[in-house]
Write a protein of this length. Structure first.
Ligand SMILES: [Zn+2]
Length: 87
């Protein structure tokens, strides 16, 4: 689980981007922290390029396939590739 120290740097949102399961090798929709829905492993990505492929880490059969879920999106005044309108 992602951790933080200063609550004033994070804001809660109901943006639908946080509900989408994202596949290995899919385009990264925005910069942020993503967690694997099978095992909880977290990665930080810049929002450029694609997610790691299926060999990024190993799963047991019970953990199912690797899928990524957006946990924390970066917000920036730089136009792309950062998520906008999430707040
Ligand atoms: Zn995993």
């Amino acid at each position: 689980m992602a951790i933080y120290k200063y609550r004033n740097y994070l804001a809660q949102t109901k943006h639908a981007s946080f509900d989408l399961p994202l596949q290995p090798n899919a385009f990264v929709p925005c910069g942020g922290i993503f967690r694997c829905t099978g095992c909880g492993t977290e990665i930080a990505l810049e929002g450029i390029g694609v997610f790691p492929d299926r060999s990024h880490h190993k799963h047991s059969h019970a953990q199912g396939p690797i899928q990524w879920q957006l946990v924390v999106a970066t917000v920036s005044t730089v136009p792309k590739p950062y998520l906008h309108g999430a707040a």
